[in-house]
Design a protein around this ligand. Structure first.
Ligand code: ZN
Ligand code: ZN
Length: 344
C-alpha cells in the first residue's frame, strides 16, 4: 500500500509498505477521503512534540505511516475475530483517540478528558487499522466526502453545547474552516453568529455562505459595529483561533456573566496577563473545548446524513495522496478553506 511518512518538517514522502496486520479486536480500513486538520499541519511543521500526545514518540520514517490523519472515512475490508458490531463493507469513521473506559472521566462519558487517551490517527494511508471500539458506523445514505467532516463537526458540536442555552448573541473569532463550521452549528441552534476575522477574503466567503455580521477586529471602529449588534457584549464567544490576541479580543467582547470558549489550540505555547478584577467584577467565564464525546460524533453523523450544513461549499480544494505535501502547503498559504485528500 501507499502511505505518507514523516521525514522532518515540511518533508512528507509517500512510500510503499506492507498493509498492517490486525489483531482480534481491530478492523482494517481502506481509506476513501480524509480532511486536513490544523493538527495535521502542526505535525507537518514539526510542532507535534508540543502537543498533548507527548506520550507518543515523535519519530520519522515508516513508523509514522498515516501521520496524524484522523478525519478519515473508509470501508472495512478485514475484521478481527472478536468484532461483532461491524462487518466487511461497512463505511466508518473513527475517534481521534483511544480512551480507557474505566477512569472517572470515561465513566461520566467525558472520554475527551480521559488521562489515558492515546492518538490513533493514521488516515494518510491507503489502509490503516483501528480497534473496533473506537469506530462509528456510517449510514448508507451519507455522502462519503461529507462524512470526512464527522470528527471536526463533532468537535464543533462539543464546543457549541457549552454556549449557555439562553444565549442570544454569540460571536465566533476566525472564519477559517473551523470558524465556519462553528458558525453553521450555531445556526442549527437558531443563533446567527457575528464572525470576527481580519482576512478580507475569509469575511467575504463567510458572507457568501449567508453570515451577514462579519467584522474586521483590526478596524478602529469595530467595537461600534459590535454595539450595533449587542450593547453589552456577547453572551458567548468561541475562538476558533488560539493565541494571546484572540483571547484578549474574545474577553473584551464577552458580556459580563457571559462565556468565552477557547476552541483553537496555541502552538507554540503562549501566556497572557490577566487582570483578576476584570473577571471578578464581570463574572465572565473562561473555558475550553477540546475533542468530542461519543454522542457528539453520532450527532455529527446525523447532521451530515441529513445534509443540514452545505459542507461541499466549505471544501475549496481536493488533492490525491501523492500530492500531500502540496495539499499541506495549500492549507498553510491561508488561501483555502477545507482541503480534502481523495485517497480512493
Ligand atoms: Zn481534526
Ligand atoms: Zn478513561
Amino acid at each position: 500500500m501507499r502511505a505518507a511518512c514523516y521525514y522532518g518538517p515540511r518533508n512528507i514522502k509517500i512510500e510503499d509498505m506492507e498493509i498492517p496486520e490486525i489483531n482480534d479486536d481491530e478492523v482494517l480500513i481502506e481509506t476513501y477521503t480524509i480532511g486536513i486538520c490544523p493538527t495535521d499541519i502542526r505535525y507537518y511543521l514539526g510542532l507535534k512534540g508540543e502537543s498533548t500526545y507527548d506520550n507518543e514518540k515523535f519519530t520519522t520514517g515508516k513508523d509514522t505511516y498515516g501521520l496524524s490523519g484522523h478525519e478519515a472515512v473508509g470501508k472495512i475490508v478485514k475484521i478481527g475475530k472478536n468484532v461483532k458490531k461491524f462487518k466487511i463493507g461497512d463505511f466508518v469513521v473513527h475517534e481521534t483517540f483511544t480512551y480507557c473506559g474505566e477512569c472517572e472521566f470515561c465513566k461520566e462519558g467525558k472520554i475527551n478528558l480521559c488521562p489515558n487517551k492515546k492518538d490513533i490517527a493514521r488516515g494518510y494511508s491507503e489502509y490503516f487499522k483501528v480497534p473496533y471500539k473506537f469506530l462509528h458506523l456510517l449510514p448508507e445514505d451519507i455522502d462519503i466526502d461529507d462524512a470526512a467532516f464527522a470528527e471536526p463537526l463533532a468537535v464543533v458540536l462539543h464546543a457549541v453545547k457549552k454556549v449557555k442555552n439562553n444565549s442570544k448573541d454569540v460571536a465566533v473569532i476566525g472564519a477559517g474552516p473551523m470558524g465556519i463550521l462553528i458558525s453553521f452549528a450555531l445556526k442549527l441552534n437558531g443563533i446567527d453568529p457575528a464572525i470576527l476575522e481580519i482576512n478580507e477574503n475569509r469575511r467575504k466567503f463567510a458572507n457568501e455562505l449567508g453570515f451577514k455580521n462579519t467584522i474586521n477586529p483590526e478596524e478602529e471602529d469595530f467595537k461600534n459595529k459590535i454595539e450595533l449588534i449587542t450593547k453589552y457584549g456577547f453572551d458567548g464567544v468561541i475562538s476558533s483561533i488560539g493565541g494571546k490576541g484572540p483571547l484578549n479580543l474574545g474577553l473584551s467582547i464577552t458580556k459580563p456573566g457571559g462565556m468565552f470558549i477557547i476552541f483553537g489550540g496555541t502552538y507554540p505555547k503562549d501566556y497572557i496577563e490577566l487582570d483578576p478584577n476584570a473577571i471578578h467584577y464581570s463574572e465572565k467565564i473562561i473555558t475550553g473545548s477540546s475533542d468530542h464525546d461519543y454522542d457528539d460524533m453520532e450527532e455529527a453523523i446525523e447532521i451530515i446524513r441529513k445534509r443540514e450544513i452545505p459542507l461541499k461549499k466549505i471544501v475549496t480544494k481536493k488533492f490525491s495522496l501523492n500530492e500531500l505535501n502540496n495539499a499541506f502547503e495549500s492549507v498553510i498559504s491561508g488561501n483555502e478553506m477545507k482541503v480534502q485528500i481523495k485517497v480512493k
